[in-house]
Ligand binder design. Structure first.
Ligand SMILES: [Zn+2]
Length: 167
């Protein structure tokens, strides 16, 4: 899970709260370990900074191929708001979202994504693809990458190294 910067600028400004919120996403990521899941965590906050939803990857725990942290956090936030539209919200996630999750972010009209580690193998926010900033869509997302990147990457690295050792 090497982290490489994506080929696509532009650099978007960080906000003072991004690092703290990534800490909450990291706490969520660690909760995934209990279920044997890849440790990825996500948090959705509204424009005022209130937490609307947080979740971790639960694919193994739930036996659900779509139970990625981002999708679960978006669902929780939409349920909390009582609407599918998440205008003004920020999704904070420890790993660059995949194609499915990037699609869900666009569908929820989330205007801003803050991510920790880039995913050069499957990332869809600038690495392999850029679903959220596709010029053909009428909704585009601001992407802030590399927030607490080393910590986010280390949680994943430790997980995969531990699994290799136990094979
Ligand atoms: Zn995903």
């Amino acid at each position: 899970m090497a982290s490489i910067p994506p080929p696509i600028p532009p650099r978007t400004p960080r906000r003072p709260d991004d690092e703290r919120l990534m800490g909450l996403a990291l706490d969520e990521a660690r909760l995934a370990l209990a279920g044997g899941d890849v440790p990825v965590g996500a948090v959705v906050v509204d424009a005022a900074g209130a937490i609307l939803g947080s979740a971790h990857n639960a694919r193994e725990a739930d036996g659900d191929p779509t139970a990625h942290a981002e999708v679960l956090a978006l669902r929780a936030a939409a349920a909390r708001r009582g609407t599918w539209r998440l205008d003004g919200c920020t999704l904070v996630v420890t790993l660059e979202p995949c194609t499915m999750c990037a699609g869900a972010i666009v569908l929820a009209r989330v205007p801003r994504v803050v991510l920790g580690a880039w995913d050069p193998k499957a990332g869809a926010c600038g690495s392999v693809r850029d679903v959220v900033r596709d010029a053909r869509l009428n909704h585009r997302v601001e992407v802030v990458g590399g927030v607490r990147e080393e910590e986010c990457a280390r949680v994943l690295r430790d997980f995969f190294e531990g699994r290799r050792r136990s094979d």
